[in-house]
Design a protein around this ligand. Structure first.
Ligand code: PMP
Length: 422
């Protein structure tokens, strides 16, 4: 296929990429291409497709809602789908307040702005923000600033605010040095917390875009304890990890931590519609209420705040998630035997798995987003009927929950045959 003369595709170097394939339908785990081929969507279309494509109950919920109330300004008005969603996500996250936006980057921006202004509203001098090496929190300016410096941010570095960076003690199967690296990272955190700190932001359990870099739940727990006992706020960016991806509804639950702010998007609507939320504690919400001081207000809002179609999709998606917990809690055990077999291959390094996410590195030069081996793997797997999008030499699977045993087998078989050819 040729490039369209009027489109600009995201994160794509046209001079070095194949033109995109046209998709005409999607159902369950399968994408149907215009030329008749079918591909297993083994990365859930940038990690959004939760239950499966075209999931009927979500499609029906959106259709019903569209005939009743498609959109209304959310200042001065409220509606039942937003209220139901707020109550349900509040119960699930342990955070009382829900603030709407429309993408993961914005949900992160909102969390950062809430944390910053909350301290300011109290007249506090806490000005340090802490984040991790390798972090990715989105492509808008605040999200870029807390994300680590990378090819994504290089052009904008002069415009990004300073953040204190901590090592991320990523681990993998058979890692014998993890405890030392965790202890070293915690020591850096303790030192950093000597400076008055507004908040720490973390991708809980898995750094996504950095290359599916996983940490142990006990590390996350230790981070949360240090941060919260210092009085700083803990922000969990669950944009990728939320809604069952890590084997629990939220990664924070799996780690046994209770953040003060949580950013959610991607799987929120089951992957049907662009919607995001930032969950905040009642304590934070209360810090914005003032009869006498207008500047205490959180002056942030998006045109499509609380879009009723998105809310209806999210409610239907939560119904599915709650009705079938074994679908996400049991996925790790389904990856396990396949990944174990693959990890014996001499080109496979650092195999790891958390919930629905399985990953490894290819022993093929530097570990980097720009490592060209990823495109070779992608082409081979597409020929085998499996759509992957490796992060450089990091290859990962993050399939929709509906993926059958046979489809999962096909994904691993495509990888096995690719490894043999490399
Ligand atoms: N945070 C994390 C952890 C993410 O993985 C992403 C997207 N990959 C984002 C934020 C940004 O989300 P969006 O692309 O919807 O802006």
């Amino acid at each position: 296929m040729a490039w369209h003369p009027h489109l600009w595709h995201p994160i794509t170097q046209v001079a070095r990429s194949d033109a995109p394939q046209r998709v005409v339908r999607a159902q369950g785990s399968l994408l149907q291409l215009e030329d008749g081929r079918e591909l297993i969507d083994a990365i859930s279309s940038w990690w959004v497709t939760l239950h499966g494509h075209a999931e009927p109950s979500i499609a029906e919920a959106i259709g019903r809602q569209a005939q009743q109330l498609e959109q209304v300004i959310f200042a001065n008005f409220s509606h039942s789908p937003a209220e139901q969603l707020a109550s349900r996500l509040s119960a699930l996250t342990g955070l009382e307040r829900l603030f709407f936006s429309d993408n993961g980057s914005s949900a992160v921006e909102v969390a950062l702005k809430m944390a910053w202004q909350w301290w300011r509203n109290q007249g506090s001098e806490r000005r340090q923000l802490i984040a991790f090496e390798g972090a990715y929190h989105g492509d808008t300016f605040g999200a870029m600033a807390v994300g680590d410096r990378s090819v994504f941010t290089e052009a904008f570095e002069d415009l990004l605010f300073d953040v204190t960076r901590l090592p991320w003690p990523a681990t993998h199967w058979g890692d014998e040095q993890v405890e030392e690296r965790e202890a070293a990272a915690l020591a850096v955190l303790s030192e950093a917390l000597q400076t008055p700190t507004a908040a720490l932001i973390v991708e809980p359990l898995i750094q996504g875009a950095a290359g599916m870099r996983m940490v142990r739940p006990q590390f996350l727990k230790a981070v949360a304890e240090l941060v919260q006992s210092s009085g700083a706020l803990l922000i969990a960016d669950e944009v990728m990890t939320g809604f069952g991806r890590t084997g629990a509804v939220f990664a924070c639950q799996r780690a046994g931590i209770q953040p003060d702010l949580v950013a959610l998007s991607k799987g929120l609507t089951g992957g049907f519609l662009p919607m995001a939320v930032t969950m905040a504690s009642e304590r934070i919400y209360a810090g914005f209420i003032s009869e006498s001081e207008p500047t205490a207000t959180f002056f942030h809002g998006h045109s499509f705040t609380a879009n009723p179609l998105g809310c209806a999709a999210a409610l239907a998606s939560l119904d599915l998630l709650e009705a079938n917990p074994e679908r996400y809690s049991g996925f790790e055990a389904r990856h396990q035997p396949h990944l174990t077999a693959l990890s014996n291959h001499p080109k496979v390094l650092h195999a790891r798995c958390t919930g629905t996410v399985a990953a490894f590195e290819l022993d093929a030069g530097e570990t980097s987003y720009l490592n060209p081996i990823g495109k070779t793997v992608q082409r081979h797997c597409i020929e085998q009927g499996v759509y992957l999008r490796p992060l450089g030499n990091v290859v990962y699977l993050l399939p929709p929950l509906c993926t059958s045993d046979a489809q999962l087998e096909q994904c691993y078989e495509a990888l096995r045959s690719c490894l043999d050819q490399l």
